[in-house]
Design a binder for this molecule. Structure first.
Ligand code: MTE
Length: 334
């Protein structure tokens, strides 16, 4: 007898229809690419992503006027080929909702203000320093770095410790590619990542002086070497807009969202466990490891369920956010 065993993150097919809408958007982006236009070009002059997509998908819900990404030397790399290994078969979160519901404390602690307040973030030129215990320390221009790798698209679940969740089409490259380029020494036990520090761009770095800026996050080398660890430079088939962490951010989908550090400027390989932003502020609430786990209570948010940000639907939280098959081996007992 053939028994079809669904992966824990699979949801019934009837719920997967929004992908069709998404594919229409992709087709449009390809089409505009063929005409020599970019989404950034089409959207300049005050048009919103919302209005832009309404034109081609027959409208939809959601508010706000999220700022489109500007055209950059890497814009032609989008949309990238989708890696079918990471198809989740669940509804993708509506882009209009995802782009106006952000955590980026450098700009605001109010989720729906981030997209507008982050418009002052200047992402070109942008450099990323690779340093520490590596054979090849170097400062890369972001467009040079993306030329050294092959961008791909992956559909990942995304789960915040505040119990909201999304399903996101990221574009980027696996962290293992960065390891291939940097060649960490065997003495490196951790990767420490840092966000920019610029009080002119980011008002909260100026105002909230008691916070341990710049935002930093870290992974063990085993976690960074896992095939799921991803450096995203794009989302929804185009470059990352500022509110999602342009021009490059981490995505580690089996961990709570605060690990997925945005707008990275420095990646250091080290033998000491890095001090991280939230863990420094409240170690009881924000563990260094921070794997999604419904059995580990949080003092402020029940982790039993998660709420999809666009539909409001709630679902039981799944250990490792449904990625046990990839990562449970990293943590001893399953
Ligand atoms: N990175 C930086 N630099 N600053 C932040 O405030 N917030 C984190 C993470 N990365 C944050 C950050 C948190 S708490 C979450 S849930 C995710 O970004 C949110 O990512 P999104 O806004 O793209 O959904």
């Amino acid at each position: 007898m053939l028994i079809k065993k669904n992966k824990p993150w699979l949801i019934p097919e009837r719920e997967a229809t929004p992908e069709a809408v998404y594919m229409d958007r992709r087709r449009f982006l390809r089409f505009s690419g063929a005409l020599g236009l970019s989404a950034g070009f089409l959207l300049t002059g005050g048009a919103s992503v919302s209005g832009f997509f309404d034109l081609f998908s027959g409208g939809g819900s959601g508010g706000g006027r999220p700022r489109p990404p500007r055209t950059t030397p890497s814009s032609h790399l989008y949309p990238a080929r989708r890696n079918p290994a990471y198809t989740l078969d669940r509804p993708l979160t509506d882009e209009k909702t995802a782009s106006v519901y952000n955590n980026f404390y450098e700009f605001s602690s109010r989720k729906n203000d981030v997209w507008s307040l982050s418009s002052g973030l200047i992402t070109r030129p942008w450099t990323v320093e690779i340093t520490g215990l590596v054979e090849k320390p170097r400062i890369y221009d972001i467009d040079e770095l993306t030329r050294l790798v092959k961008l791909e698209e992956r559909f990942y679940r995304f789960r915040c410790v505040e119990a909201w969740a999304m399903a996101v089409p990221w574009t980027g490259f696996p962290m293992t590619e960065l390891l291939r380029i940097a060649r960490p020494l065997s003495s490196a036990g951790y990767v420490r990542m840092r966000t920019f520090m610029n009080k002119d761009w980011a008002p909260q770095q100026r105002l909230q002086v008691w916070l341990p800026w710049p935002y930093e996050e870290g992974l063990t080398m085993e976690e960074a070497s896992n095939e799921l660890a991803f450096l995203a430079t794009g989302i929804y088939g185009h470059e990352l807009p500022n509110q999602h962490g342009a021009p490059m951010r981490l995505v580690v989908p089996w961990k709570y969202g605060f690990k997925s550090i945005k707008s990275i400027v420095r990646i250091e390989f080290t033998d000491a466990r890095p001090k991280t932003f939230w863990n420094t502020l409240a170690p009881d609430e924000y563990d260094f490891t921070a794997n999604v786990d419904p059995s580990v209570p949080h003092p402020r948010w029940s982790q039993a369920k998660e709420r999809m940000v666009d539909t409001g639907e709630t679902r039981p939280t799944i250990k490792y956010n449904g990625y046990a098959e990839y990562v449970a081996g990293l943590y001893g007992k399953r």
